[in-house]
Design a protein around this ligand. Structure first.
Ligand SMILES: [Zn+2]
Length: 461
């Protein structure tokens, strides 16, 4: 019993340019390694690939150009459309919440300056999608089911690829950059969605081509030279993921344990130098996924540059104009929480800061146990740090079989004032606060508030 109250912005009509990058093909010449340390003469000479290939200075310059160090808010807020597949055991609304929260948490902790907000959800309840096919169903479905100018995430309960001897292999995720679609098998570590969205934003695997011979392999030595007819220069800026601040590495799934320790201390590259790989990089293939939590500065630069290139019409900007209204899509770490099913949980005495975007509604759950001293219990709401508006707070009682609005418990919080809701005449049970702002009336971009519950319980001796 909930209604999807998701904002559907009218998108502008400019078509997206075909945005997959052409990779240069080159003659596989095994040029003699020249012992030169000056690579500057090879910069800006390649027309068929990303501008940082063979020229990583492009990325450090880009971070300076956008004043990365001094940015306080995200630069991009990317709308996400979810397609949820399956009939039995299909992912739920709570799984969508978890996926987007994982994505936002990892991208925020890394200061990527990129955040994501829920734009729309489509459920495709068909039995044939219960075990989603990696080769057949994913490419086919993503042709017909994707929205332009958003990040499309397919959420499935399992992603299967036929293996040898009729044994299916299970995959965690994939990215199809021809139509900007990412697929995630439900229940995986949060790094899986962060990794696939990394591909969506232009990142490659650090171990790319590690087993394709000395010429194509990324060397451990940062100053190794790579010759070739079209591509020549610093090996680590061309091979692997083309980024010098991600170390050369093998296919780590074979060389790490479940706790992400690197286990092949004697393994060398084709030049005989020992690998010393990071096992915490989100784009690596470690056996345990839980330690993949970091992006390097150059990886962040690639993602920011890709976002800027893709977002020709400016819809991914944190603030944009629509129908003469300035709209800011600032996501907080509790979103989405637009209905009781995925309400944020108020943890007692822990202050939460929430944002309310244009047309947004927040649902926050709390419960009162029989032991609670309601006379001394309260909920306090104050202005947040990102702009304010008057707020309306309604209280819903959540019973096991129904939800109803308490008509006598509707509160108004005025901008600039604190609101204290006494819980004195609340009976025990589960409650939900529904919080809306008068943004539209005030023509404010975004409202934010701090909220804390203070439930008094007598000490047990
Ligand atoms: Zn990948």
């Amino acid at each position: 019993m909930f209604s999807l109250q998701i904002v559907k912005h009218k998108m502008m009509k400019i078509t997206l340019l075909l945005s997959f990058l052409m990779t240069a093909f080159f003659f596989n010449l095994n040029a003699n390694a020249q012992q030169t340390r000056d690579f500057s003469k090879y910069e800006h000479k390649h027309a068929f690939h990303s501008p940082w290939i063979g020229n990583n200075k492009f990325l450090t310059d880009y971070l300076k150009e956008i004043d990365y160090e001094n940015q306080e808010n995200p630069m991009y807020s990317i709308p996400v459309k979810f397609y949820v597949f399956g009939k039995n055991n299909a992912p739920q609304l709570t799984d969508i919440k978890e996926t987007i929260q994982n994505l936002n948490e990892i991208y925020a902790k890394n200061n990527t300056l990129i955040s994501f907000y829920l734009y729309d959800i489509k459920f495709i309840k068909k039995k044939k999608f219960d075990k989603f096919g990696y080769y057949g169903q994913f490419p086919f479905q993503s042709i017909f089911r994707h929205k332009r100018k958003v990040l499309n995430i397919f959420l499935v309960s399992s992603l299967k690829k036929p293996g040898k001897k009729n044994k299916d292999l299970e995959y965690a995720g994939a990215c199809n950059n021809l139509n900007h679609t990412v697929i995630i098998a439900n229940g995986n570590d949060g790094s899986v969605v962060a990794h696939e969205v990394g591909h969506f934003l232009g990142l490659k695997h650090p171990h790319k081509n590690y087993n394709k011979g000395k010429h194509n392999q990324e060397a451990v030595d940062r100053d190794a030279f790579r010759g070739g007819l079209f591509l020549r220069g610093r090996n680590c800026e061309i091979n692997g993921d083309g980024l010098s601040d991600t170390q050369a590495q093998p296919y780590l799934v074979k060389y790490t344990d479940k706790k992400c320790n690197y286990t092949s201390l004697d393994l060398t590259d084709k030049r005989g130098e020992k690998y010393n790989p990071q096992t915490d990089n989100i784009m690596s293939y470690t056996l345990g996924k839980q330690c993949r939590r970091n992006f390097t500065p150059m990886q962040k630069a690639v993602m920011l540059y890709t976002a800027a290139k893709r977002d020709k019409s400016g819809d991914w900007k944190l603030s944009f104009e629509e129908n003469n209204l300035k709209i800011t899509t600032l996501t907080d770490s509790f979103e989405p929480d637009f209905c009781t099913e995925i309400a944020s949980v108020l943890k007692d005495k822990i202050v939460q800061e929430h944002t309310l975007n244009y047309f947004d509604t927040d649902y926050l759950k709390f419960s009162l146990s029989k032991r609670a001293d309601t006379k001394k219990s309260k909920i306090v709401i104050e202005d947040g740090k990102y702009g304010n508006a008057d707020l309306k707070i309604e209280v819903l009682k959540l019973n096991s079989d129904d939800i109803y609005l308490l008509e006598d418990k509707i509160y108004q919080k005025k901008q600039g004032e604190n609101l204290i809701i006494s819980l004195e005449d609340f009976t025990f049970g589960n409650y939900c606060l529904r919080i809306t702002s008068n943004n539209k009336v005030n023509n404010s971009e975004v409202a934010s508030y701090k909220i804390v519950s203070d439930i008094s319980k007598p000490e047990i001796n």
